[in-house]
Design a protein around this ligand. Structure first.
Ligand code: NAD
Length: 501
């Protein structure tokens, strides 16, 4: 039965897995609760999928893999466009589910859901345009490559942007002829289940798209380890990504890893400080700091430290933290009790390593059961401090001073991560030469991060491998077949030594 949302009661009924085009309570029929992070109260019971459910979902995806591969690309594109229309039609319900489950404030959830069709349209447009290439070889031969889908692909999704991250990997996978098994994060399964309902309504054949809910160590690990899974897109922490890569290696799956970060926001001495403060605040407070590219290392040039900090604290005073369904909220809760405990622990670590400059506590007037924290800023942070090196995944920024570019580049690059950087200033030569020296997968100059379907996203170092979005993502969902035709009669070899191999 399809999932139903009662917005006023903040309850969801009939959350079931979606396997082979049908709803399922799971082999064990066991469930686990998912909570509203604004209140800590249970909003739904979700099936606790296990290896048996993963087996069924992968078998369903495998059964239809060849048929889907050879479905005309124009038909696959049409189905993606029909899905985009369904998402638009049900945008309000999807946004409410996302806000309730993940803690995004409602206006942000609406914006995020409103953007989902962009990803579906982008990949629908590319379905019949990407392909192989002709290769000039010696002799009268025709040599070319064909891009083929991988087959069954697994999509293991984190809880911070559940529907966006699901869509950004499932859309290219489906467009390029793969079938999918999705494992949403245990804290945020609901929007994926509603999405599955819309996939069915859009007309996708049963088995092409499947969702198995459950815990990472059970359903997630079983999916990554499944020998019939040819490709894995994992988005999540670096620690779990390493485990998933090892599970995939056992059956030589192609693995795309979109992992954690500890990204720098760099304020140059000639930056417009009001703009710099805006970018910095969005950088570490957006979605309460639970963003892979969050700018939680604030490298502020020593010449502008004092005016920057004064403006920063005024801007934070004006940031409204509260219930995601309340009018005007700009920062909602953290996603779970576990994440709340983790962020609080890092704030205590910060107090022992640096100077607490702003926040550090619980905002006033919020629900006692909700997972709220204040935006928090530490100053006098040394680059080797734990709060400067470890991904906290909360609204906690470390201000680190710098005086020249060599010092800046050395400090920024002194990190296991290399996901993203924001540079704020006016001297474009200085900004671009710094951009070239940073070991990161993306740089934004004079703006905060904006995710788009057409620009490649991914990390260097332990922030990941492969790329999501843009034409670069094609490689993550295809494999190459080389075909060559000899156009001359095949002559008997007179000299075997002269034959190519
Ligand atoms: P996580 O690693 O705890 O979980 C991610 C997913 O993996 C979940 O679905 C989880 O159930 C599953 N999982 C857990 N253990 C598993 C196992 N042993 N085998 C298979 N699957 C398993 O990450 P999270 O806490 O949900 O998300 C936050 C992390 O995600 C942060 O580190 C963040 O930086 C990262 N992230 C990265 C990007 C990116 O594009 N680079 C985007 C969003 C989030």
């Amino acid at each position: 039965m399809s999932l139903t949302l009662d917005t006023s009661a903040r309850r969801v009924e009939h959350a079931q897995m979606f396997i082979a085009g049908a709803w399922s309570a799971g082999a064990s029929r066991a469930t686990f609760p998912t909570v509203d992070p604004n209140t800590g109260e249970t909003i739904a019971q979700v099936p606790r999928g296990d290896a048996t459910d993963v087996d069924r979902a992968v078998a369903a995806a495998r059964r239809v893999a060849v048929e889907w591969q050879f479905t005309d690309a124009i038909v696959r594109a049409g189905l993606l466009r029909a899905l985009a229309a369904k998402v638009t039609e049900h945008a309000d319900e999807l946004a409410r589910l996302e806000a309730l489950d993940s803690g995004h404030y409602l206006a942000k959830a609406q914006e995020l859901v409103g953007a989902i069709p962009l990803w579906l349209d982008y990949w629908a447009s590319l379905a019949d345009k990407v392909g192989g290439r002709q290769i000039e070889v010696p002799g009268n031969k025709l040599s070319f490559t064909i891009l083929e889908p991988l087959g069954v692909t697994a999509h293991i999704v984190p809880w911070n942007y559940p529907l966006l991250i699901l869509t950004r990997s499932v859309a290219p996978a489906l467009a390029l002829g793969n079938t999918c098994v999705v494992k949403p994060a245990e804290d945020t399964s609901l929007s994926a289940l509603k999405f599955a309902e819309l996939v069915a309504e859009a007309g996708f054949p049963g088995g092409v798209f499947n969702v198995v809910t459950g815990y990472g160590g059970e359903a997630g690990a079983a999916l990554a380890a499944h020998p019939d899974v040819a490709g894995i897109t994992f988005t999540g922490s670096t620690e779990t990504g390493k485990q998933v890569a090892k599970l995939g290696a056992d059956h030589v799956a192609q693995v795309n890893l979109e992992l954690g970060g500890k990204s720098p926001t760099v304020v140059f001495p000639d930056a417009d400080l009001d703009e710099a403060v805006e970018a910095a605040v969005q950088g570490f407070c957006s979605h309460t700091g639970q963003v892979c590219v969050a700018g939680t290392r604030l490298f502020v040039h020593r010449d502008v430290r004092e005016p920057f900090l004064r403006k920063l604290s005024m801007r934070l005073d004006a940031t409204r933290v509260g219930d995601g369904f309340a009018e005007g909220t700009q920062m909602g809760p953290l996603v779970s009790q576990r994440q709340y405990d983790r962020v609080r622990e890092y704030i205590e670590i910060g107090k022992s390593e640096a100077t607490l400059y702003y926040g550090g506590g619980r905002p006033e007037g919020v629900h006692a059961g909700g997972y709220f924290v204040e935006p928090t800023v530490f100053t006098d942070v040394v680059n080797t401090a734990r709060i400067a090196q470890e991904e906290i995944f909360g609204p906690v920024a470390s201000v680190i001073g710098w005086s020249d570019e060599d010092e800046l580049v050395e400090k920024v690059n002194d990190s296991i991560y290399g996901l993203f950087a924001v540079l704020l200033g006016r001297d474009i030569t200085r900004l671009l030469s710094t951009a070239r020296r940073l070991q990161v997968g993306g740089v934004m100059i004079n703006d905060w991060f904006g995710e788009l379907p057409m620009t490649p996203h991914g990390g260097h170092k332990q922030s990941g491998t492969g790329r999501e979005e843009g034409l670069e993502a094609v490689h993550g969902y295809t494999q190459v077949k080389h075909v060559a035709i000899n156009l001359d009669p095949l002559r008997p070899a007179t000299d075997w030594a002269g034959a190519p191999l």
